[in-house]
Write a protein that binds this ligand. Structure first.
Ligand code: GDP
Ligand code: IMO
Ligand code: MG
Length: 422
């Protein structure tokens, strides 16, 4: 069976967790392939609301194997806490596999993240402070520690102590609190003991499942505009969030990939710093935030809100090769009398439909807006395309046309049943 990939096409928080949960109705394995616990993926089942950070969003479906792939940076203490929390709620976490090749995040990475941000001034990224950037930097510097060493504390301990001492030197140079290495090692050791049975060679298990004809869905974190290569660099995260990242981050060869699902919010949000051409600072922006409950699932920060940016989303869908769009949060637009879509950028008097690489240009963008009439009625009960008011259908058609893809799913609320195939 081929592999499908699902990624965010904006600045994250598009509703990927919800979509993964819905799509895993008929999937055998869900694989996270990049990022870490900077992600916050919400799944609502009945009246329960779960937020996942490292555990794949297929965990609530019985019998679905959940893989944390080699491309991630994993905080063992945070993962242990998350898994215990899920187990306490009655779900089986024994189907979780952690790649032995995944990189580990330790307390010193988190402190370094905070330190980098504190000294960055106007270059502050507004990270989630989970140590993501420093851990990926260590990976590239080839001094990272991998999950395989969780299974051998005698190998893990000296590496951990060496790296921690190195960071402590840095902290003392900056006059910030040193890490208590002994105390921290105790926490790491405990987490290692909990996680060790879950550590395995996921590249083999994924490829064996493929051979057996199992259906695999890869779960992206963040979104294309936060991609280290394609996003609004340097205001990005430190991994490849675009669909290509699934091949390297899971160990799956490109010929196995079938569909690229792109989750796309009916408007745009961003959390953290960096350019955001369609950002709204008026009542409409506040309305999107309140109605859409746009507050970070990981950090609780209010998300910046704006109109749908078709220039940025088109770039994302092109790079991701999106052939199936899942539009989420259509219901949030229900009460607007008219709704804008950004169809082009004006930069220094020049009109373009191309997403610029230059941050200075992105910051100078004046969005060229096209206004569409709203529908001003509730869509959250819609169960099929024809249930939607005509103006909502037209809005969706225009979104799809502008990003040059086709809509496969529409989501009109956070619950599983508020989703329909088109
Ligand atoms: P993710 O990071 O892409 O998984 O998205 P988040 O979970 O961070 O944020 C999406 C939020 O929107 C969550 O609170 C979801 O429960 C909620 N959500 C998802 N789809 C819809 C939808 O169609 N309508 C509404 N109103 N909320 C939705
Ligand atoms: P999900 O998977 C939204 C943002 C941060 C910051 C930048 C870098 O829930 O969509 P990092 O901690 O990764 O070094 O921060 O990326 N960011 C996200 N924004 N959703 C996410 O994940 C994000 N993960 C990171 O706010 O701007
Ligand atoms: Mg999120």
């Amino acid at each position: 069976m081929p592999v499908d990939i699902l990624v965010g096409t904006q600045w994250g928080d598009e509703g990927k967790g919800k979509l993964i949960d819905v799509l895993t109705r008929d999937v055998d394995m869900v694989v996270r392939f990049q990022g870490g616990n900077n992600a916050g993926h919400t799944v609502e089942i009945g009246s329960e609301r779960y937020v996942l950070h490292l555990v794949p969003s297929g965990i609530f479906r019985k019998g679905v194997r959940c893989v944390i792939g080699n491309g991630l940076v994993v905080d063992p203490v945070a993962l242990t806490e998350e898994m215990k929390g899920i187990a306490e709620k009655g779900f089986d976490v024994s189907a979780i596999e952690l790649s032995n090749r995944a990189q580990l995040i330790f307390e010193y990475h988190k402190r370094a993240d905070v330190l980098n941000e504190a000294g960055a001034g106007s270059k502050k990224i507004g990270t989630t402070k989970r140590g993501i950037g420093p851990a990926y930097a260590d990976k590239m510097h080839r001094c990272g520690i991998r999950a395989i060493d969780l299974t051998a504390p005698e190998r893990l301990e000296p590496q951990f102590r060496t790296e921690a001492a190195k960071y402590n030197k840095l902290f003392s140079e900056h006059g910030i609190a040193q890490l208590d290495i002994d105390a921290e090692w105790e926490r790491v050791k405990e987490a290692a003991a909990y996680l060790a049975p879950r550590v395995c060679d996921t590249v083999y298990s994924i490829n064996a499942a493929l051979k057996e004809g199992k259906k695999i869905l890869c779960e992206g974190a963040q979104g294309a505009l936060l991609d280290i290569d394609h996003g609004t660099y340097p205001f990005v995260t430190s991994s490849n969030t675009t669909s290509g990242g699934a091949c390297t981050g899971a160990g799956i060869a490109p010929q196995h990939i079938r569909d690229s699902w792109g989750v796309i919010k009916a408007y745009t949000t961003r959390v953290g710093e960096g350019p955001f051409p369609t950002e709204l600072f008026d009542e409409a922006g506040e309305q999107l935030r309140q109605v859409g409950r746009e507050f970070g699932a990981t950090t609780g920060r209010p998300r910046r809100c704006g109109w749908f940016d078709a220039v940025a989303a088109h770039y994302a869908c092109m790079v991701d090769g999106i052939n199936k769009l899942a539009v989420t949060k259509l219901d949030v637009l229900d009460s607007f009398e008219k709704i804008a879509i950004c169809v082009a950028y004006e930069i220094d008097g020049r009109i373009t439909k191309e997403f610029p690489a230059s941050i200075a240009e992105l910051q100078a963008v004046k969005p060229v807006l096209e206004w569409l009439p709203g529908w001003q009625c509730e869509t959250s009960g819609a169960t099929c395309w024809n249930d939607l008011p005509e103006n909502a259908r037209n809005y969706l058609k225009r979104m799809a046309e502008l990003v040059d893809s086709s809509i496969a799913v529409v989501s009109v609320g956070p619950r599983r049943d508020q989703t329909f195939m088109v």
